[in-house]
Design a protein around this ligand. Structure first.
Ligand code: CTP
Ligand code: CA
Length: 222
């Protein structure tokens, strides 16, 4: 019998992956977040580790246990994630930003619980930094991969993000499709690269998609 030899094609490569949602506190009781469970990002971490990469995971709050043998930095807010990424991107060869980052945070975090009163409550939200866009400005020789979760004009919107954030390619997710997006074990994506090449991946497990993303990363290596 021939033994199946695992593909170790990322040996010697340092990869940074961000995963999960971020969580922005309003007061000691409430917060703003999104439906990301982290499954896609954690699948990339697992696949990259299995292919021999040295993996750093910057993760927002999730219920998933990180794969063994990976450096894990846990964060809550977008500002925390920004700081963790800025502290660790420099020596990386590949950066994959699958986290679903909050674009806005409450202007102030109330130290005491906000009590209800008659009438409406208005929260002021301020912009968070765009982590991926910042990475795009600092790109150098790194391979930079983004995600785009879209509900309409999926390909157009995703393509615009490649340019804006200086990416090699983007993983475009149509969150309205069944068997794709938040919380499910499968996904349906398009890999769109900066040269305009589009690869559709039909419904597959997130781990299979993770391997396809890494196959595409290999094509951008010098
Ligand atoms: N991203 C980021 N920092 C942010 C917002 C987004 O790093 N503050 C990253 C995400 O991790 C993802 C990519 O940018 O890899 C695209 O995120 P997305 O929310 O689809 O795009 P935005 O640029 O935020 O635009 P919009 O939400 O308006 O569609
Ligand atoms: Ca966004």
């Amino acid at each position: 019998v021939t033994k199946h030899k695992p593909n170790r094609d990322l040996e010697g490569k340092k990869i940074l992956v961000t995963a999960g949602p971020t969580k922005e506190s309003i007061d000691p009781v409430r917060f703003i977040t999104n439906h990301s469970t982290g499954k896609m990002g954690y699948s990339i971490v697992e696949a990259a580790r299995d292919r021999g990469a040295e993996v750093t995971l910057v993760s927002g709050p999730t219920n998933i246990c990180p794969p063994a043998g990976v450096e894990v930095i846990k964060v809550e807010t977008t500002l925390d994630m920004y700081e963790a990424v800025m502290n660790s991107y420099a020596d990386k060869d590949i950066i994959i930003k699958s986290a679903a980052v909050a674009d806005y945070r409450p202007e102030t975090v109330s130290k005491s619980k906000i009590k209800k009163s008659e009438g409406n409550l208005t929260l002021t939200l301020v912009r968070n930094p765009d982590i991926l866009r910042t990475l795009g400005e600092l790109k150098g020789d790194r391979i930079l991969v983004g995600f785009a979760a879209e509900s309409d004009h999926v390909l157009e919107n995703a393509k615009a993000k490649i340019v804006k954030k200086n990416l090699d390619f983007i993983v475009a997710n149509d969150i309205t499709e069944d068997g794709a997006g938040f919380g499910v074990d499968t996904n349906i994506v398009h890999l769109i690269d900066k040269n305009g090449e589009i690869e559709k991946i039909d419904q597959s497990t997130k781990l299979e998609i993770a391997h396809r993303i890494l196959d595409k990363v290999k094509k951008f290596e010098k």
